[in-house]
Design a protein around this ligand. Structure first.
Ligand code: GLA
Length: 387
């Protein structure tokens, strides 16, 4: 199914090469991912962008100043790869950087912004991730994001602009006006529970800074990696996560309106990984058209719970309410939702009919409160209907 939504309306969904493969990328891998997107159902679930991250080019530009795809990794060239991806009804993403070099030391787009945007358009690129390494000190990052945004908007092709300045320089205050469709707000994720927890907690209370056409990006997903990355930084805390932790990770990113960019090797994905990544109820919450941020409620009694036990509430376009009960702590917890706290007093005479998005079944009808017990590092996500 072709996606005709305006560029950046809902959080981008796709796959990115960095978390698992870093420098070890080539055109066959990208083609394999495109094939699997179609054959395994990722495309039908909503995933569309296939993004090549850092390390795709030669270390020098050519004599005309153009970036050159590394012929050893991409012998057929980027245009051919884009065509392959487009023929499958998918979209093609690439990577560059604000600075003189990318984070891995390849040429960046500084002072080549308009030239590079034209080249990306010629190659058929649909998405550009734009990193923040090697930025010259004399010039502001804000200006350089505005510059590339302008270059992309005038390059003759619709290219989704994915800013990646890791939440620095008060990015929240200027990114929406810059024209970026999504922006990284955090340091790089690691395939480890502590990292997932730290990134999620860092973005609570930032719900007013995300929404349609400019989504807060909590970084690529580590779901299904199980410690298997050739990236020393991402894998530095050995062991990966268990499936419950990956489930909680996916629920947090979905509820918080983050883009959903898969980072594992989907050629090896097991059933548990696929079930998480393609959960249609979680994806529907993430892709809800009104794109509202999720607000946090602390469970009662508030003195008892630390900040790692909370609910996220997201009002959906059809009047339903998504509620995530998150227990990021190390002990089982009861997490009590008082309906009063989401604007539903007892006197309204209204109850909530609850549907469990992970188990994909109705839980029942509740009045006044709902108090599930949630195991450590786990979550429950319900879609609530007023009845
Ligand atoms: C930065 C970004 C990562 C990745 C690498 C590539 O660290 O935050 O997501 O793109 O650069 O070098």
């Amino acid at each position: 199914m072709e996606n005709n939504k305006p560029l950046g309306l809902t959080p981008a969904m796709g796959w990115n090469s960095w978390n698992t493969f870093t420098w070890d990328i080539n055109e066959q891998l990208i083609r394999d991912v495109a094939d699997l997107f179609v054959s395994e159902g990722y495309k039908d679930a909503g995933y569309e962008y296939i993004v090549i991250d850092d390390c795709w080019s030669l270390k020098e530009r050519d004599s005309a100043g153009n970036l050159v795809a590394d012929p050893a990794k991409f012998p057929s060239g980027m245009r051919a790869l884009a065509d392959y991806i487009h023929e499958k009804g998918l979209k093609f993403g690439m990577y560059s950087c604000v600075g003189t070099h990318t984070c891995a030391g390849y040429p960046g787009s500084f002072e080549h912004e308009f030239q590079d945007a034209r080249l990306f358009a010629e190659w058929g690129v649909d998405f550009l991730k734009y990193d923040y390494c090697f930025k010259p000190r004399h010039i502001s990052g804000e200006l350089l994001y505005k510059r590339m945004s302008l270059a992309l908007k005038n390059c003759g092709r619709d290219i989704l602009f994915s800013a990646c300045n890791w939440g620095e320089d008060n990015v929240y205050q200027w990114i929406r006006e810059s024209g970026a469709h999504m922006y990284r707000s955090t340091v790089d994720i690691q395939d480890h529970w502590d990292s997932i927890k730290k990134l999620a907690l860092s973005q609570l209370d930032k719900e007013c800074y995300t929404g349609s056409f400019c989504h807060n990006d909590l970084d690529m997903l580590v779901v299904g990696m199980y410690g298997g990355s050739n990236n020393n930084f991402i894998a530095s805390q050995i062991g990966g996560c268990n499936d419950n932790e990956y489930k909680t990770h996916f629920a947090l990113w979905s509820m918080m309106g983050s883009p959903l960019m898969i980072g594992c090797d989907i050629r090896k994905a097991n059933q548990a990984t696929k079930d998480i990544l393609m959960n249609k109820d979680l994806i529907a919450i993430n892709q809800d058209l009104e794109g509202r941020g999720a607000y946090r409620i602390k469970p009662e009694p508030q003195w008892f719970h630390a900040e790692d036990v909370f609910m996220l509430v997201k009002v959906l376009s059809d009047g339903d309410i998504a509620v995530g009960f998150f227990n990021l702590s190390d002990r089982q917890r009861e997490i009590s939702l008082l309906f009063w706290d989401i604007g539903l007093p007892y006197a309204s005479g209204t109850s909530l009919s609850l549907y469990d998005c992970w188990e994909q079944k109705e839980i029942g009808v509740f009045k006044e409160r709902f108090s599930p017990v949630v195991p450590a590092h786990d979550c429950l996500v319900v879609r609530a209907k007023l009845v």
